[in-house]
Design a protein around this ligand. Structure first.
Ligand code: PLP
Length: 376
């Protein structure tokens, strides 16, 4: 049996240890220290747009803090793209609020402007104007930024940009992770870069950053003793993890290039196969980091259906996965409202995520290609 080929595994650049060693030498082991500030600066420079970054423990904690900053209360409704990882919506429930799920459109696979507006109008009619919109850049693909922003502005609802998968992607030349009133990033182990677990809140308003740092370091008031007038959280990124993040920032641009090359590699032989479509940028406005390369397999046209391709790949020790299961179909969210026409469900039944690591070797690629061509 060949060694396992992973979907997306950590890929260190080499400089990470330099920052960790520095932290050890200076005894900045916990919790805060120069790497945290350095990582935030690196991200601010990379993202541009005059943003402020608060480095947190995870993308999930960043969404949680974003909802707190937007003053979401128990019983409030928050709109969330359905085709996403559960972490996009879980913090809504942590707040005692109710997620309302929105279908995808079939160009970017992200939140549908039509279904979004329908949900807002219906919410207002029910006396439940949504408190926030969570739009996701799924698999690194930007959502329809202009259209979604216009709807958010029209109804005056704050937008949270979940760019956990989209660091390095752009829409009209502007970086993902800057399109929300509040945006979030993730540096989990399977993302385009990793800090071995970490995330960030990205904001344009400096006050939001200061409040996020305050809340995520246990909300300590200015006093000689421990004094708290607000509920705090222990969500700040550690100085060691931030050191890994700084090392990874040195290779981020390479990682984007490598993932985009994976996508080109798949395009070079998949486009001729009947019933197979590679998920790709709809037009020049979009620049995708192609965090994952994903295909749709139309069972009425392809040689095999998605599940038999999936099983055939796994048998060859090649890790592949179906797409994120839409959250409105998840048992944990079964009582939630949903607005849409079945686009995300169709994507889920036909989609397959292919190995996409920036560390795939040429030999691994040859093996993947042979197996895929053989199956399809
Ligand atoms: C990974 C991910 C998150 C959560 O990030 P963590 O750092 O793992 O908490 C949120 N949303 C999306 C779309 C993700 O892919």
């Amino acid at each position: 049996m060949k060694e396992k080929i992973w979907l997306s595994s950590p890929h260190m650049g080499g400089a990470e240890l330099k920052y960790i060693n520095q932290a050890f030498e200076e005894n900045w082991i916990s919790p805060l220290g120069p790497n945290v500030n350095g990582f935030e600066n690196d991200l601010e420079l990379f993202l541009g747009e005059n943003v402020h970054v608060a480095a947190l423990m995870s993308g999930t904690s960043a969404i949680h803090i974003a909802l707190i900053l937007l003053n979401v209360k128990p019983g409030d409704e928050v709109l969330c793209q359905s085709l996403t990882f559960s972490a996009s919506a879980n913090p809504i429930v942590y707040m005692g609020a109710l997620p309302v799920f929105i279908d995808s459109e079939d160009e970017t696979w992200n939140i549908s402007p039509v279904a979004l507006e329908e949900a807002i109008v219906d919410g207002i009619k029910r006396g439940k104007k949504p408190k926030a919109i969570i739009a996701v850049c799924i698999y690194g693909m930007p959502y329809k930024v202009d259209e979604i922003r216009a709807i958010a502005d029209k109804y005056q609802i704050p937008l949270i940009d979940d760019s956990a998968e989209a660091l390095g992607s752009m829409y009209k030349g502007i970086k993902c992770g800057t399109f929300g009133d509040l945006s979030i990033l993730s540096f989990n182990g399977n993302k385009i870069i990793t800090s071995s677990g970490g995330g960030a809140l990205v904001v344009k308003n400096r006050k939001y950053k200061d409040k996020a740092v305050f809340l995520s370091t246990q909300a300590k008031d200015a006093a000689p003793h421990y004094q708290h007038s607000e509920l705090g959280y222990n969500y700040r990124l550690s100085n060691i993890c931030a050191g890994i993040g700084r090392g990874q920032m040195e290779v981020l641009n390479d990682r984007v290039i490598q993932r985009r090359q994976n996508h080109e590699f798949y395009a070079s032989f998949l486009s001729e196969l009947p019933g197979v479509t590679l998920f790709s940028e709809p037009n020049e406005d979009y620049f995708c980091n192609y965090w994952l390369s994903v295909i749709l397999i139309d069972p009425s046209k392809a040689k095999r259906d998605r599940d038999s391709v999936r099983e055939g790949m796994l048998k060859e020790n090649i890790e592949v996965r179906p797409l994120w299961k839409p959250l409105h179909l998840q048992p944990v969210f079964k009582t939630s409202r949903f607005y849409g026409t079945g686009v995300s469900e169709k994507l889920f039944t036909q989609g397959l995520c292919l190995p996409s690591g920036s560390n795939l070797t040429e030999n691994e690629k040859i093996h993947i290609k042979n197996v895929l061509l053989n199956l399809l």
